[in-house]
Every structure is written in C-alpha cells, then in structure tokens.
Design a protein around this ligand. Sequence first.
Ligand SMILES: [Cu+2]
Length: 164
Amino acid sequence: MSSLRIAALAVLALAALPGLGACSGEADAPDGDAAGAAVTSQLGVTNARVVLAPVGGNPAAVYLDLAYSGREGVTLDAVDVEGAGMTMIHDYAETGGKMRMVMADKVPLTPGTPVSFAPGGLHVMAMDPTDALKPGTTANVTLTLSDGTTATITAPVRAAGDER
Ligand SMILES: [Cu+2]
C-alpha cells in the first residue's frame, strides 16, 4: 500500500506544478449543461457519478465516460473530487486467478476510442470523503490531462445501494 500511496502523491505533485493547469484550466473548462457531463474542445465527459461506500468514511468511487478528440499521446493524469481527500486511478487485473485492484496511474486517451470508468473496471478512488459528499447532492470533479488541460464537471453523489 505504501508504494501505491507514493505513486499517487507523485501524480498529485505533477498536477500541482505551477503554470501548467492553472491558467489554461479556466479557459478550457466551461461547465457542462447536464449534471455529470462536460465538454472541452477536446475532451467530452458524460455519465459521471460519485458512488459512496457502504461504510461512511471509506473511499468513494467515481465512474464516468470519456470521449477524446485531441492529439495522440495525451493521458488522463488525475481526477480530483471536491469534498474528498487524495484520489487514485485504479483498474482491475487478474493476478493469480483473482481479480484485484491495481494502480492505473495515467490513462492513455486516444482519439476515436472512448474510455469508460465503470464498476469492475477503471475507476477513481477518492479517499477520506467528507460529510459534504451526501447522496442526492453533487460534487465537483476535476480531470487533469498531461497537456495541462483540465475539465471540471458536476457529478451526482449516490449512496452505496443506488444504481452505479
Ligand atoms: Cu480502487
């Protein structure tokens, strides 16, 4: 676990580099019309939702669908959730006959190839969700790409038992 945390912190440190995301983010991240959706010039985000864990305080999961139309070689580097702590991008992989969560770190975005974050596959884990994340409310979710582009969407927050 400690190596996973270090890797995730490294991603956050990169995302926080001055000059990259700060100014371009405001210009490139108009709010989407529909909840859970946003479109920048190159990144479309739909069906975003934050799903809380059955036990309060346990990590929440974020699922969403991405359609990218920019240039090759760009990756999704970070997904941050307002109202939660550190986030990690995870996937599931089979090791030793069992499906286990693994660190996905950076997710390649290829024009024409949609990427789905969905239960049982790619997902964002948001550690230490606060009481601000309540079922029926919304949370701001910010995606950061390797080219410094950011997109912020408003995603509905769902309880553990709700539809994922
Ligand atoms: Cu996970």
